[in-house]
Design a binder for this molecule. Structure first.
Ligand SMILES: [Fe+2]
Length: 367
């Protein structure tokens, strides 16, 4: 495995680069905007392709590198389902897994520092964000922080194996790694009798707000792609417009999400499954979707969870010369909001009558 712990000295943030092999896919946890060039150079040096960029929570002390990495590498961005960030590609919940080629993170919802705080466990190590720090814990006095919830989250982390390595999102003293057993024994904030003691301890910290907070939080909330720009170019349809297109002979519906997302949220009936990381190969000359679109004249209609991956897919398809490609703005989220019909078997079905819609003319919104 390739593993790099990367440090940003202004906010004392640790970011983590993971990959299973040289020349393979990579994932980065908690990237910092100012260090994006460094990450990209390192990935070039290691011959890695960034596939996913993940934040453990909405940061208040630095600006996330998620948006910049997505714009420069077309990677998937991911955060927890409680996150107030406008749009990320994937929103995960407790018990989900986040994978790239050759490795997989187990996702633990560990609220308390913020209400969108997650930890990621993998093999011999756990990335604890600002929930469990080395000889400390994340503050709980803003961003819907909750000391009692954090106490429960910490108990959950402390039940992990003793020897598990702890990699936090910050350290202000220069420590880089600890273990679960070491923190259980030596972390002063964990030497409390119970939840009430912990809450009292956290309530009396009286910390000043982070210097960057007023800039970082609003900036970090607005990470989404400007889907409006894709729509302005006529490359987007609403969920309602999509029902009129789906089932017509000249349209191919393509689901860009991962298998786990399809299993969890259902899918629009009749869609082909092409996971986003495989898209580039598929829409390039000689690729399956490229050939399908060029030989049959069919229009590619992409969708994903929230419209983020599909907006990138539309741009990539347009760049590959597939000029009728478009996407469902807002993705599955918008579809469910519009129609709200998730069938018992987990398959989201198009309620439209195909025999009727097939005879309708195709709206120009997609062109
Ligand atoms: Fe934080």
């Amino acid at each position: 495995m390739i593993f790099r712990q990367l440090f940003e000295p202004v906010s004392c943030t640790y970011s983590y680069l993971l990959a299973s092999r040289r020349g393979g896919e990579a994932l980065i946890i908690d990237p910092v905007l100012e260090k994006v060039d460094r990450y990209l150079k390192l990935m070039e040096d290691l011959d890695l392709r960034l596939v996913k960029a993940v934040d453990t929570h909405l940061h208040a002390d630095h600006i996330t590198g998620l948006g910049a990495l997505r714009d420069r590498t077309h990677c998937i961005t991911a955060m927890g389902e409680q996150s107030k960030v406008d749009v990320v590609s994937i929103r995960f919940g407790d018990g989900d897994r986040l994978g790239i080629e050759g490795l997989s993170l187990d996702i633990l919802y560990t609220p308390g520092h913020t209400d969108d705080s997650y930890s990621f466990a993998m093999d011999d190590r756990v990335f604890t964000g600002d929930t469990l720090l080395i000889r400390g814990t994340g503050r709980t006095d803003f961003q819907n922080g909750d000391a009692r919830m954090q106490y429960e989250s910490l108990q959950r982390l402390l039940r992990l194996p003793d020897e598990m390595l702890v990699f936090p999102a910050h350290d202000y003293k220069g420590d880089m790694v600890s273990t679960i057993a070491e923190e259980r024994r030596c972390n002063p904030r964990l030497q409390v009798k119970g939840a009430d003691d912990y809450v009292a301890l956290m309530d009396n910290l009286n910390l000043p707000n982070p210097k960057m907070m007023d800039v970082a939080v609003p900036t970090n909330i607005r990470q989404g792609l400007l889907q409006a720009e894709i729509a302005r170019r006529g490359w987007a349809v609403t969920a309602d417009e999509a029902t009129k297109l789906i089932g017509t002979r000249d349209v191919v519906l393509i689901d860009l999400r991962e298998r786990g997302e399809r299993d969890k949220r259902g899918q629009i009936a009749g869609s082909l499954h092409v996971p986003y990381p495989e898209l580039q190969e598929s829409i390039g000359a000689g690729g399956v979707l490229h050939e399908l679109a060029t030989t049959t004249g069919k229009r590619l209609l992409f969708y994903c969870a929230f419209g983020e991956r599909s907006a990138m897919a539309v741009q990539a398809a347009q760049d590959a010369g597939l000029l009728t490609a478009c996407h469902i703005e807002g993705g599955m989220g918008a579809w469910i909001e519009a129609f709200g019909h998730e069938a018992d078997d987990g398959i989201v079905r198009n309620s439209a009558d195909f025999s009727l819609v097939a005879s309708r003319s195709t709206p120009a919104a997609c062109q």
